[in-house]
Design a protein around this ligand. Sequence first.
Ligand code: ADP
Length: 394
Amino acid sequence: MNILVINSGSSSIKFQLIQMPSETLVCSGLVERIGEKDGIINYITDSNNIKLTCPIKNHNVGLKRIVELLLDPEKGVIENTDDIGIVGHRVVHGGNSFSNTTLISEDVKQKIKEISALAPLHNPNNLEGIVVAEALFPNAKQAAIFDTAFFQTLPEKAKRYAIPNSLYTDHNIQVYGFHGTSHKYVTEKALQYLKLKTSKIITIHLGNGCSMTAVVNGKSVDHSLGFTPSNGLIMGTRSGDIDHAIVFYLVTVLGFDLDKVNTLLTKESGMLGLTGYNDLRDIQAQAEKGNKDCKLALAMNAYRIKKYIGAYVAAMNGIDAIVFTAGIGENSSVIRQLVCEDMDVFGIHLDAVKNNLRSSNIREINTTDSKTKVLVIPTNEELEIAKQAYELVH
Ligand code: ADP
């Protein structure tokens, strides 16, 4: 069965066509700059790597262009839109309504719309992708895969904020969690690899956004992102944990308005705010040349991760493995080394040689006598979406 995975963002649509159950990637691509004068379409198959520039007025046009490429007599991979069995949609926020992947109905669309207040930058675009795909693939099943679903198992003591109860009961203010598809995917890979009867692991997703999850026997029990994807670790442009009173200081003493505060904390902070760069490769290169701000930012970044490891070992009363994933987690031996040094108390001992090897497979980078395993597992959110969509209808 062909599954078309769609990740519809504010100005882009990422897509992959995956054959299940063989997990074969048939084609992938990205439509960027939707709504701008020069839209860009990237489309990759075994025999094609195409980049097109053309105006893409809106998501409807973007998805139509994708369908044209999929059906193209020369470059295409399907003959007819009915060759797509399921369209799997990434939906960022499922609120408390969705703890699992769901077939899309009018009721589900309505709920996704209602939850938009919790994710105004994401859910409306995800919904747009769903509506357009329904029209273009009328005979395919449409499935929604929620980033928040993996965190529906968080116990109340971990998901509640210590604010008046009515804000939780009447206004749903609580920890929701994000990057759930990635945390779930690497958790399952780690558990297959570890083959333990019971397990306590920490998954560390370090991309542009960064988050950590404490997972007991495959179920999340704590997570570093919160009501929005702002909390916790230091990210590319987001501050992660700060004293919330800084917001009041910025407003009342420094005269910021709330929009400016929001932009500051989500787009101008994190590694960018500390160094002037948000790409970790640049920061590492500058640190090597002796740039003090970059050295400090790397140390702060790793220190924050260490503190969360400590907190989650306490929360789980033990640890079998930590798992690094996503762009930084998979590729930065520097961050992994900084995180794992001086962690003897948790039985974490990194093998420096293994840490520096490269591979696109799951790999163990701890010393042979390390009590806690340190794993690097490449994430694959699109494949996880395809798997969940496939399992839903089989
Ligand atoms: P997204 O959250 O957008 O999916 P990714 O998972 O692709 O992000 O991660 C992007 C981050 O990964 C960037 O900060 C980038 O610098 C970092 N990264 C990618 N490759 C490397 C590398 N070889 N070494 C260090 N960092 C890397």
